[in-house]
Unconditional design. Structure first.
Length: 321
């Protein structure tokens, strides 16, 4: 059996700078290590809250979505790091069969499955915010299906393109394995439409709801603090700007850079999706368990985020994720 220290040696060499890998590739690996470390630290910081609000709760779709977004991102990026090290470190002792199996397992789903799950979480939030309006749900579902279809098509075409150009050119012929496909731009462009639609629909709901506008004014004047409203504004805006920023970076890199580093930002995309999507569920659940700072003003906070249950059993939280 191979010693653990021998298996982990390529990882420690990269972090210490003592590696035979090309400098550019070492930089990419270090960025991936940072992404793994930060997502892991976020999980450690919120572990007590996760136990109370997620693990101890009964089984539900939001709970399953949370667990997927929280831990899939870490596993995916870790396998990508292992893939870089295994394929670029001479004489490393990691089992090739295990490496290939893990890489194929996660890459078979890859970015498409992960981003789709996070988008489903945001659709559930917006559906609750609009009191499960069928038109809103249909509109968001169409956007989700369109993005999934375009990304799946581009992934298949890029896979075939890479397979055809990944071989060493014969003597006398121009090398073709440094080319990249511009279809990545086609895939990322519709991916930016979802966060933009989610953010603008949230803003539209706020502007059309006079009680909500009044509550925002009271919050700004520090006269009332609704935990649910604060979580909605903070996490919604943070998700929109973070996702839009990293999608813009991926769009630029895949369009401008030619070669294997064109998709250098995609692993960061996974990390940001993981943190923002899981934190949205966690913070909304945490906020639903807390009361406003001013109990005398609790009525306006509860009125905004509760809707009548058509079954006649009372009210339910419109942001219950």
């Amino acid at each position: 059996m191979e010693p653990v220290t021998s298996v982990l040696k390529p990882f420690t060499d990269i972090m210490s700078g003592e590696t035979d890998m090309p400098p550019a590739l070492t930089g990419v690996a270090e960025e991936l290590f940072t992404a793994v470390r930060q997502t892991r630290q976020v999980s450690y910081i919120a572990v007590l809250v996760q136990v109370d609000l997620i693990w101890r709760e009964k089984r539900s779709i939001p709970k399953g979505l949370y667990l997927f977004t929280r831990y899939y991102g870490i596993m995916y990026i870790t396998v990508v790091v292992a893939d870089i090290i295994v394929t670029n470190t001479p004489g490393n002792l990691l089992s090739t069969n295990i490496h290939v199996a893990l890489t194929d397992l996660l890459n078979s789903a890859g970015d498409i499955l992960f981003t789709t799950v996070v988008n489903v979480i945001l659709i559930l939030r917006l559906a609750a915010l609009y009191k499960y309006n069928r038109k809103v749900i249909c509109f968001l579902s169409i956007l989700l299906i369109m993005e999934f279809a375009v990304e799946l098509y581009v992934t298949v075409k890029n896979t075939l393109f890479t397979w055809k150009t990944a071989y060493v050119a014969s003597p006398g012929f121009e090398a073709s394995n440094s080319r990249t496909s511009t279809r990545m731009l086609t895939s990322i462009t519709p991916a930016k439409q979802d966060p933009m639609s989610h953010y603008h629909l949230t803003t539209l709901n706020m502007t059309n709801n006079t009680d909500l506008v009044l509550a925002i004014k009271l919050i700004l004047r520090k006269e009332i603090i609704s935990p649910l409203l604060v979580a909605l504004l903070r996490d919604g805006a943070l998700h929109f700007f973070c996702i839009t920023a990293i999608l813009t970076v991926c769009t630029v890199t895949t369009t401008v850079i030619q070669g294997p580093y064109a998709a250098v930002g995609l692993e960061w995309l996974i990390a940001i999706y993981s943190v923002s999507g899981s934190r949205l569920i966690l913070n909304l659940r945490d906020s639903a368990h807390r009361k406003p700072d001013h109990p005398s003003e609790a009525g306006i906070a509860l009125q905004i985020f509760r809707a009548h249950d058509s079954s006649g059993q009372g009210t339910y939280s419109t942001l219950s994720l």
